[in-house]
Design a protein around this ligand. Structure first.
Ligand code: FMN
Length: 188
């Protein structure tokens, strides 16, 4: 049996991309915020990633100041830190020191990397599209790095478990790869 889902709950049917920690600001005054509304939007170089951000986020204030951010990919072991950075605003507190995360200077942009994360995408915000309560940030990736033990061109889910938001305080983890036999060309 299938039952109609209220439209304000429909997003949970297509959630969850992997949860990311987005850093903004500068090395001297950084902030970190949790996102699940993210998607890659280009196969080529430059790689584009779209982020959806609520107008009221403190991070958005910082992003508008220098149009730079870093997308950091946490694993299962950073569950508590990721949840914390998604519940508390950095307007009046230092979320890095409060959560035990370590800011490390990026190479191409002003916001820091989160050292404990397995991968980092340094980005410049190329475009902003106004929407209703949220805006769409088109982020151009200018540098990307990942832990070679965990990423060999694809994540190795047996070794690295990305977090996937299910709502409330619940998360799923990706912990195994399966292979389709496939009858056509690889799509991406
Ligand atoms: C798992 C998770 C995912 C979230 N995803 C988003 C998102 O995609 N966009 C958004 O605007 N807020 C999202 N939030 C809410 C922000 O992370 C949260 O409001 C945060 O405290 C904002 O921090 P800031 O005020 O320091 O910028 C998410 C929260 C959690 C826990």
């Amino acid at each position: 049996m299938k039952k109609q889902v209220p439209l304000d709950k429909a997003k949970w049917l297509v959630e969850p991309g992997c949860v990311v920690l987005v850093t903004s600001g500068t090395m001297e005054k950084p902030n970190v915020m949790t996102f699940s509304w993210q998607t890659p939007a280009n196969n080529a170089d430059p790689c584009l990633v779209l982020l959806v951000i609520n107008h009221i986020r403190y991070s958005y204030e910082l992003i508008k100041q220098n149009h730079e951010l870093v997308i950091n990919v946490p694993g299962e072991e950073l569950l508590e830190q990721a949840h914390f950075a998604g519940q508390v605003t950095g307007k009046n507190i230092d979320k890095f020191s409060q959560s035990g995360l370590t800011p490390v200077a990026a190479k191409m942009v002003q916001p820091p990397l989160v050292k404990e994360c397995a991968a980092h995408l340094e980005c410049r915000v190329a475009d902003i599209f106004k929407m209703q309560t949220h805006d769409l940030l088109v982020c151009e990736v200018v540098r990307a790095l990942a832990d070679t033990e965990l990423f060999d061109g694809k994540w190795i889910p047996e070794k690295f478990h990305t977090l996937h938001y299910l709502g409330g305080n619940k998360y799923g983890v990706m912990d195994r790869a399966i292979e389709a036999r496939g009858r056509g060309k690889t799509p991406m």
